[in-house]
Write a protein that binds this ligand. Structure first.
Ligand code: HQG
Length: 189
């Protein structure tokens, strides 16, 4: 299915994926595209803009980039005329994920220097729409290691849920919530 795209270099895929992440989550104006209120943008216009930017891209390559993205950061709509980022936005969009019951425990990876603030104020969404949580320690560790030595926090999501905190599961398996108060956080020894 992806044969036409098979010759594209890994570095090209990475660059296109980063361009997409940035435009679809943070700054659509950089690519001169428009996101609708649910974060979707028109695929043919997006392709045109990428070509104008000098990218050697077509629909097959775009599908390949989306399908092979290791964190499944992007999704097409059902007829593949629109594309959006699954999570991670700083621009205001309604992803419309339905609230759902989380596992008893979730994890968040951070670094030591943020700990005094996190213990005092809890986990905050900072520049994004939500706090990002995972159901496995390995992913939390990877997220933390973007910044330094990992500190892994265990989030008592079951208790939070009982106390009416909403949780959402993004299409690429990231658990999202608005904030995690300090009483639901313990540090993994
Ligand atoms: C920290 C990447 C001070 C928080 C990753 C984190 C993830 C606080 C940073 C996704 C705080 C925010 C999200 C508080 C939280 N005071 N610092 N009260 N509360 N923090 O990038 O979770 O590659 O917005 O611990 O893999 O690191 O973009 O969140 O260190 O899935 O797809 O503030 O981004 O995915 O950083 O990462 P971020 P995150 P993508």
């Amino acid at each position: 299915m992806h044969t036409k795209a098979a010759m594209i270099l890994k570095q090209d895929i990475t660059r296109i994926s980063k361009l997409l992440s940035f435009a679809l989550r943070h700054k659509p104006v950089d690519l001169n595209i428009h996101l609708d209120e649910n974060g979707w943008t028109d695929v043919s216009i997006l392709l045109q803009r990428l070509v104008e930017k000098g990218e050697n891209i077509n629909i097959d390559i775009l599908k390949y980039v989306v399908a092979t993205n290791e964190k499944q950061r992007f999704a097409f709509n059902s007829d593949e005329t629109k594309i959006r980022a699954n999570q991670g936005h700083s621009v205001s969009v309604q992803l419309e994920y339905a609230p759902q019951q989380p596992p008893k425990f979730l994890y968040h990876g951070t670094i030591k220097k943020f700990m005094p603030f996190i213990l005092k104020d809890g986990l905050q969404k900072m520049k994004r729409h939500h706090v990002h949580l995972t159901n496995d320690i390995a992913t939390a560790t990877k997220v933390a290691e973007r910044r330094g030595k990992a500190v892994i926090l265990i989030i008592n999501a079951g208790q939070m849920f009982l106390k009416a905190h909403n949780f959402y599961l993004s299409d690429n398996g990231v658990w999202l919530t608005t904030a995690v108060p300090p009483e639901f956080i313990t540090r993994l020894p």
